[in-house]
Design a protein. Structure first.
Length: 75
């Protein structure tokens, strides 16, 4: 096991939905003691903003489901 794994505790993945489009993610918080810059992240579906940090935690988003497209109208 690497020394990096020992210094960065990871929390369990929790469900998260993009507040803009509803895309479904698994959110993982990784604790860090390092002074990392707060990076603004973007939703992979709509490009809406997602937070990159929460206090001492770095946030990692894993897309698990995109909202479906509307059915095409038949002529």
């Amino acid at each position: 096991m690497s020394s990096l794994a020992n210094t960065m505790p990871v929390t369990e993945a929790t469900p998260f939905a993009c507040p803009n489009c509803g895309a479904q993610y698994k959110l993982v918080r990784v604790e860090t003691n390092e002074a990392l810059p707060d990076q603004q992240l973007a939703c992979r579906k709509c490009g809406g903003p997602l937070h990159g940090r929460e206090g001492r935690f770095v946030l990692k988003y894993f897309l698990v489901d995109r909202p479906g497209r509307k059915a095409l109208r038949r002529r």
